[in-house]
Unconditional design. Sequence first.
Length: 134
Amino acid sequence: LGTHFAIELTEDIELFLGYHFEVGNARNQRSIALNDDASYQTHYASIEIETKLSEKIKLAVDFDFEKNCYTTMNRLDEHFGNPEEIFLGGIELRYALSKESLVTLGLEHGNRQKRNEFIGFHNNNLWLGISHNF
């Protein structure tokens, strides 16, 4: 469940805001015998600013925050009372090949950490992609 807004700040700059709420239920799965109930509630918020650099090139910068609250009631489960927070930041260049197609080049850095961890997990992603609307 979520909503997203796009706000045109100027002719060349657009702001995107989003929020997403999700519930996952794994309680009825047979893996419960393994003390691994991955049931959760997730809150996800994002903000992005997209700037038009030229007729064909746009630059997007974004920040995302996600909080995963595991809802297991099994005290033997590693997720019990152990929420996770994820912070992501990224930058992406978008080159318009046509009205329907884009080439994208991006970099994203993420940091995720559970409450019981002293050191979080850092993740970097680099991509080159093509997006096409049919």
